[in-house]
Write a protein that binds this ligand. Structure first.
Ligand SMILES: NC(=O)c1ccc[n+]([C@@H]2O[C@H](COP(=O)([O-])OP(=O)(O)OC[C@H]3O[C@@H](n4cnc5c(N)ncnc54)[C@H](O)[C@@H]3O)[C@@H](O)[C@H]2O)c1
Length: 324
């Protein structure tokens, strides 16, 4: 029998890539999304006939009039994402990301899926790494630390720390899987992350080209690799909960070098204007992927230059219609 899957946030970036993969694997897929960020663009319309779409704001409790039936696997990706949103509306980010998790977990208690997958973030480890409580690469066991809990930006990490804890203490009949995504990128990722922002500004001919925090490094993971690891983690047969970093540790890159790679793809060479990093932005991010390698046999396959080319081409063709 086909696997029955619910994907919250399934109209968003990672969500829709996941939905496509699950459909290709023969799953029966329901997408729940409030369309605050995800939307019915051509990419969603391509799968629209093959999925059930439930438009719903998960800040409200779910009852049987909203969701009918039981699911084998629930992927919880719905969240308010992006540094700008956390800076501008920290209370909204904190409330939404906690409430969506609480309401989903309450519903799962009444309709226990075999597996619940929660999307968390590298940002839950950023504080401990910045305070030197652990060394790079960042493992899943670093303590939670928030150097400046009142900073608006901290709202996102705090919401995910609480969500992780809620999930880990929830129903024992469900296999709990928590993924900490590290800088996932690719087509249709919106505009609130550094790669699409650089592409946007290059396409608008920005010169001088601003690079904030030029020496800060990140390890970018193409969404195809992230989806492979996501599905492998959800399908892991073990009963005990698992928390796993998902990312790419092969090509850590400084912001200035990322800009230069994108200049090459755009075929231009604007003058660089090097600026201070945004407040609270970590100097370095590099995941320890030994758990993913050990448990999921995970190997990132998409080289940064190839992934960037695909992303650049996608934004060139689709920039106008992309959701902010
Ligand atoms: N993209 C990354 O690099 C990255 C890194 C770390 C963690 N994550 C996590 O992965 C998940 C997916 O991220 P993404 O990059 O695809 O973001 P996204 O914004 O593209 O997708 C999130 C989706 O959730 C939906 N949503 C928001 N609030 C909702 C609500 N109240 N009810 C129902 N749906 C709601 C949005 O409309 C959107 O479609 C998120 O939980 C995010 O925190 C992503």
């Amino acid at each position: 029998m086909a696997e029955r899957v619910l994907v919250t946030g399934g109209a968003g970036f990672i969500g829709l890539h996941l939905v496509r993969r699950l459909l290709a694997d023969g799953a029966e897929v329901t997408v729940l999304d409030d369309f605050s960020r995800g939307r019915e663009d051509s990419a969603l319309l391509e799968v629209r006939d093959h999925v059930t779409v439930v438009p719903y704001d998960l800040r409200r409790p779910i009852d049987s009039t909203h969701l009918k039936g039981d699911w084998d696997t629930v992927y919880h990706l719905a969240a308010v994402v992006g540094v700008a949103r956390a800076q501008q509306r920290p209370a909204h980010v904190l409330r939404t990301n906690v409430l969506t998790t609480v309401n989903l977990l309450d519903w799962c208690e009444r309709h226990p899926p075999r597996t619940l997958f929660l999307s968390s973030t590298s940002e839950v480890a950023d504080g401990a790494m910045a305070l030197g409580l652990s060394s790079f690469p960042a493992s899943e066991t670093v303590p939670f630390a928030v150097p400046d809990p009142h900073a608006p930006r901290a709202s996102y990490a705090l919401s995910k720390v609480v969500s992780e804890a809620l999930a880990l203490h929830a129903g024992k009949d469900t296999r709990m899987r928590i993924a900490r995504y590290h800088n996932v990128y690719g087509a249709r990722m919106g505009h609130s992350h550094v790669i699409p922002q650089f592409i946007d500004r290059l396409q608008r001919g920005e010169n001088p080209f601003r690079v904030y925090g030029p020496t800060q490094t990140r390890s970018f993971c193409h969404v195809d690799d992230a989806i492979d690891a996501t599905v492998a983690l959800a399908r892991l047969p073990h009963a005990d909960p698992r928390v796993v970093n998902i990312g790419n540790d092969q090509e850590e890159i400084a912001a200035i070098d990322l800009a230069r790679l994108l200049f090459d793809l755009a075929g231009c060479r604007p003058r660089l204007e090097l600026l201070a990093p945004p407040p609270g932005s970590p100097q370095r991010r590099l995941p320890d992927l030994s758990a993913a390698r050990r448990w999921l046999d995970y190997r990132p396959r998409v080289a940064l230059v190839d992934g960037l080319r695909r992303t650049f081409d996608w934004y060139t063709e689709n920039a106008a219609g992309e959701a902010r």
